[in-house]
Structure formats: structure tokens, C-alpha cells
Design a protein around this ligand. Structure first.
Ligand SMILES: Cc1cc2nc3c(=O)[nH]c(=O)nc-3n(C[C@H](O)[C@H](O)[C@H](O)COP(=O)(O)O)c2cc1C
Length: 202
């Protein structure tokens, strides 16, 4: 059975455009095969910014982890286990200040963990350990960033492709509902993006 992890990051909940697009992607992915979908809404989960104790625990070898450090790593363990268990990961990405929402950044900071999701080779180069997965990004923005004069202000998709690649995930597909602040565009942006989902082979 295919396992799909849907990570939602918009604070706008049911009104969110990126959440709607992400859910439409999940529906498409699960339409023609036996699938198990796990939804992980970052606005409802307690995913704190990483602090000094978490970083210290990240870099403590497993055999030296005491109970306190193990407890500190519980959030990271939880999000990594969910990621590693998934075959396909759908991420809703509302564009915030030219980048990703801070909740999604906090999730990434718990996911990117040396010895668990990546390691360094003897020559200092990194190798991602999260392999064999497909990621689908559902990005929504007020402006248009896929082309045109604002393209270089997109720090969301290039960043996500970079960090996912670092972790070993290179099969990344992006769908966008963009121009949500532009009259004449905002009305058709989501339906057009959903139409594009026919490209997905479930
Ligand atoms: C805090 C915040 C920051 C935003 N920053 C940008 C931005 O930098 N560029 C942009 O085009 N739209 C920006 N927007 C608009 C959102 O990207 C747009 O409304 C998008 O559809 C939100 O997705 P959602 O409906 O899934 O939350 C911002 C919205 C919020 C709430």
C-alpha cells in the first residue's frame, strides 16, 4: 500500500488556497491505488523552533543519549519517522514574505538531522539518507513568481528543492496557484492549478 504524507502549513486552514491545492494533489495521488494518507497540519501540531538543547541532542551519539536528551528529540523523531514512512509527500506552501512560512521552516529544522536524514562523508560532502520518495509542492502566492519580473524573489521553491535534495529527495514536482492578489488572475488560479494535476500519474 502506498503511504502519502500531507504536510499542511497555511495558517488559513479551510480557507487556504495552498491547503486546497495540496488536498487536491493527495486526492489525485490516492485515486487509483490503495493508499494510506496521513495529514500533518503544522498549525495544529506543536513544532517549536529548535533551541540549544535540541541542537546539543542532535549532535550527541545515540549511545550517549540520556533520558532528557531522548525526550528533547521526541519531536524530531516523530517528524522524521513520519517522513521516512511515506512514499509520497505533499507539502502546502503559502508564500510568506518571499519564502516559506516559519512553521514549515521549523518542521524542516527538526527533519534535517545528522545521522538520521543526512550524513557527512570523510571529505566533508553531505549525503542525503531520505531516498526513494516523491515530493509534490502546492505553492500559493499573492503575486506571480513562476515567470516574469518577480521570479528572482522566489525563495520558496528554490529553497525547498535545495533542502529536499540535501536530504536525498530529488523527485520534486511543483504546482502553483499564484496571483491570488491580482484581479482577473485570482479567480482562475486555483482551478487552473487543479487542472494541471492531470499530469500526475497516480
Ligand atoms: C504573512 C504573509 C506574508 C505574505 N507574503 C507574500 C509575499 O511575499 N509575496 C506574495 O506574493 N504573497 C504574499 N502573501 C500572500 C499569500 O502568499 C497568498 O495570500 C497565498 O494565497 C496564501 O496561501 P494560503 O491561502 O494557502 O494561506 C503573504 C501573506 C501573508 C499572510
Amino acid at each position: 500500500m502506498k503511504k502519502i504524507l500531507c504536510v499542511l502549513s497555511s495558517p488559513s486552514g479551510e480557507y487556504s488556497v495552498s491547503n486546497k491545492l495540496a488536498k487536491a494533489i493527495v486526492e489525485k495521488l490516492s485515486s487509483s491505488s490503495d493508499s494510506e494518507v496521513t495529514e500533518f497540519d503544522l498549525t495544529k501540531e506543536d513544532i517549536p523552533h529548535i533551541d540549544g538543547a535540541t541542537i546539543a541532542a542532535f549532535y550527541t551519539p545515540a549511545e550517549y543519549l540520556d533520558d532528557d536528551k531522548k525526550a528533547t528529540l521526541a519531536t524530531s523523531d516523530r517528524v522524521i519517522d513520519a517522513l521516512l514512512a511515506a512514499d509520497e509527500i505533499v507539502i502546502s506552501v503559502p508564500f510568506h514574505n518571499f519564502g516559506i512560512p516559519s512553521s514549515l521552516k521549523a518542521w524542516i529544522d527538526h527533519v534535517a538531522r545528522v545521522g538520521k536524514t543526512f550524513y557527512f562523508n570523510a571529505d566533508g560532502t553531505p549525503t542525503g539518507m531520505v531516498t526513494g520518495k516523491k515530493v509534490f509542492l502546492a505553492i500559493s502566492s499573492g503575486g506571480i513568481y513562476s515567470s516574469g519580473p518577480m521570479q528572482s524573489f522566489d525563495f520558496a521553491e528554490p529553497y525547498l528543492r535545495a533542502i529536499l535534495g540535501f536530504l536525498g529527495i530529488t523527485d520534486v514536482t511543483t504546482f502553483r496557484a499564484e496571483g491570488m492578489a491580482i484581479p482577473g488572475v485570482k479567480e482562475i488560479a486555483l482551478p487552473n492549478a487543479i487542472e494541471q494535476l492531470s499530469q500526475i500519474s497516480a
